[in-house]
Ligand binder design. Structure first.
Ligand code: NAD
Ligand code: SER
Length: 318
């Protein structure tokens, strides 16, 4: 599979939950030496990412970023470096700085070096005035700082496309479920933590209420969606190119606990909601992704049972 003629890929935030899986998938698809993984953190304890090229990079260092792009013939940036919702609400200044200024840094490098950019958005762009089933054009009035940075990120990406011709694309990921790398401090982290805690300790304490329902997606579907969006012809993508709704499944915390209880005898769980409950309550229950299905032929493959199978297999064999 060919990318741009003679060009390579740079991944920011490559040591995070998505970066760990996406870097592996990109290297498999385009070749080990054609993907440069970067992160502000050091590579120790990340064996899968350290299989290929890695450089330390703080996305705020725009000049260094431009140099890396020019010296390595980069053609595409997958920009994953960010602060997620729960840590972002605890440190709003830092969240704005990394998520907004950091995205501008990436977009500027893309403009100056003629790069394509994938910059993910989130279901956090929606707020309490959104219907429980969010459509592509539901209002974007988030109450979290994280959500606000994601709305601005979508707008910036669209402006760089419309004004500067930078080919920017993005997906409003739901909560992502995966086992290779721990989640980075989001509100949907319970849907990952429960598997590790249940399998290793036979118990889990949810930080949300039992009836909390949020949209979720298995990581393999998220990676397939990402690669498929980036492979789509630019002319097939309409005005939502910087923030496509994508849907996988939706379940309550109780439904997830009950499914896991069926697999682990004596599994004990409880619900002790904390500050993240308010964030969860401000997001929709489910997502309408008909535009993505139409414009770039998206459809998910994993339902709740197949996600549970994959998580058990992944954790037990790691
Ligand atoms: P994560 O927190 O797991 O990883 C983010 C990575 O960015 C970390 O490795 C961190 O070290 C790095 N980073 C932070 N500040 C940096 C900086 N200044 N310079 C360079 N690197 C820096 O996040 P993730 O879950 O992999 O999310 C990736 C993207 O996807 C984010 O934009 C996030 O908002 C979005 N997203 C994630 C989810 C999800 O459920 N994981 C859902 C919706 C959207
Ligand atoms: N999973 C992410 C979070 O909870 C959504 O963007 O922050």
């Amino acid at each position: 599979m060919k990318l741009y003629e003679g060009s390579k890929i740079l991944v920011t935030g490559a040591l995070g939950q998505i970066g760990t899986d996406l870097t592996e998938a990109l290297r498999k698809k385009y070749g080990q030496n054609n993907v440069i993984a970067t992160d502000i953190r050091t590579i120790e304890n990340h064996p899968s990412v350290s299989d290929g090229i890695f450089q330390n990079l703080d996305i705020m260092e725009t000049q260094k970023l431009i140099e890396i792009c020019r010296n390595n013939d980069i053609g595409i940036i997958y920009h994953l470096a960010a602060l997620l919702s729960a840590v972002g609400e605890k440190n709003p200044e830092k969240c704005r700085k990394i998520n907004i200024d950091g995205t501008i840094s990436i977009l500027e490098a893309a403009r100056l070096c003629s790069l394509r950019v994938f910059a993910p958005s989130s279901i956090a762009v929606f707020g309490p005035d959104c219907p429980s089933h969010a459509s592509q054009s539901s209002p974007l009035n988030p109450t979290t700082v994280y959500g606000q940075t994601k709305v601005i990120g979508e707008k910036l990406a669209r402006e760089y496309w419309e004004i500067h011709g930078v080919d920017t694309r993005g997906i409003r990921y739901p909560g992502l479920i995966s086992y290779k790398s721990p989640p980075g401090g989001g509100t949907t982290d319970y849907a990952v933590e429960i598997f590790h805690s249940a399998i290793n300790h036979g118990q889990y304490e949810f930080f949300v209420e039992p009836n909390t329902r949020l949209p979720m997606l298995y990581m393999d579907d998220a990676i397939r969606a990402t690669l498929s969006l980036m492979d789509s012809p630019s002319e097939s993508l309409g005005i939502f190119r910087s923030g496509f709704n994508v849907s996988g499944i939706t379940f309550t915390a109780q439904e997830l606990a009950s499914k896991i209880e069926e697999r682990i005898e004596g599994f004990k769980y409880s619900f002790v909601p904390d500050h993240r409950q308010k964030i969860a309550d401000s997001w929709p229950d489910s997502i309408d992704d008909s535009i993505s299905r139409k414009e770039w032929k998206w459809s998910p493959q994993f339902d709740l049972d197949s996600i549970i199978d994959a998580m058990f297999e992944g954790i037990e064999n790691t």
